[in-house]
Design a binder for this molecule. Structure first.
Ligand code: ADP
Length: 217
């Protein structure tokens, strides 16, 4: 179990906070708006109404002792930057800050944010990629060229083994896992046969994964 503090409980911050809590971690949620605090109180360990710009308040909350502090203040860029600097100055080990633009992200990196996230940009990209490919359900971009994708197995694959389909030889794609009903087959062997409704978790070049993803279901 890790300890997290999430500052700013907008759509992004509240989703991060409640997910961490559901995953079994200790979560302190902070917002200057009493309504936001009230709305989240049942779904986190502690929720506090406080202005994160106030250094004294942050110290009182023992913020420097948390493993990770997430700065999820979105609209107010100036406050987001100021709070990030203050947290690093106070000695917080890991500060994750939400950026709205590329430039904002660069500033956050310069002032010492340990990780900068761009939730709107990343989600937009994921949704766009999922829209252009019929069978790709989820995708993690590893680099501009390579990704890991979760794909519905096309009809033409059913009844064939991974060896027969020769993904690696033909497409340079490796099947990492197969989701079948509620089970998961990790590192499936060459003799594994594809069944109807299988979901393939594959790694490879983006356009090759898309080629598989565009086959008829
Ligand atoms: P999103 O786009 O993820 O919904 P918002 O920018 O709308 O994010 O929400 C940010 C949240 O941060 C709001 O709930 C706001 O009340 C809170 N917030 C803004 N400034 C401060 C501050 N100085 N201290 C604590 N919380 C703040």
């Amino acid at each position: 179990m890790k300890t997290f503090a999430v500052i700013g409980l907008g759509r992004f911050g509240s989703s991060v906070a409640t997910t961490l809590y559901r995953l079994g971690h200790e979560v302190l949620a902070v917002d200057s708006d009493a309504k936001k605090v009230e709305d989240i109180i049942e779904n986190v360990t502690h929720a506090v109404q406080a202005d994160a710009k106030d250094e004294h308040t942050l110290r009182e909350l023992g913020i420097r002792n948390f493993d990770v502090v997430v700065v999820a203040i979105g609209q107010d860029m100036q406050t987001n930057i100021l709070v990030t600097v203050m947290l690093k100055d106070m000695g917080v080990k890991k500060v994750v800050s939400k950026a709205r633009t590329e430039l904002h992200g660069k500033v956050l990196q310069r002032i010492g944010a340990d990780r900068v996230v761009f939730p709107e940009r990343d989600m937009g990209e994921r949704v766009a990629r999922a829209l252009v490919s019929k069978n790709i359900m989820e995708q993690i971009n590893l680099s501009p060229d390579y990704s890991i994708a979760e794909l519905m197995a096309p009809q033409s694959y059913v009844g064939k083994t991974l060896q027969e389909l020769a993904f690696r030889k033909e497409l340079g794609v490796t099947i990492l896992a197969i989701r079948r009903d509620n089970d998961i087959i990790i590192s499936p062997g060459a003799k594994t046969e594809i069944k109807p409704n299988d979901v393939l978790v594959a790694i490879g070049r983006y356009e090759k994964l898309e080629e598989i993803g565009d086959k008829e279901l």
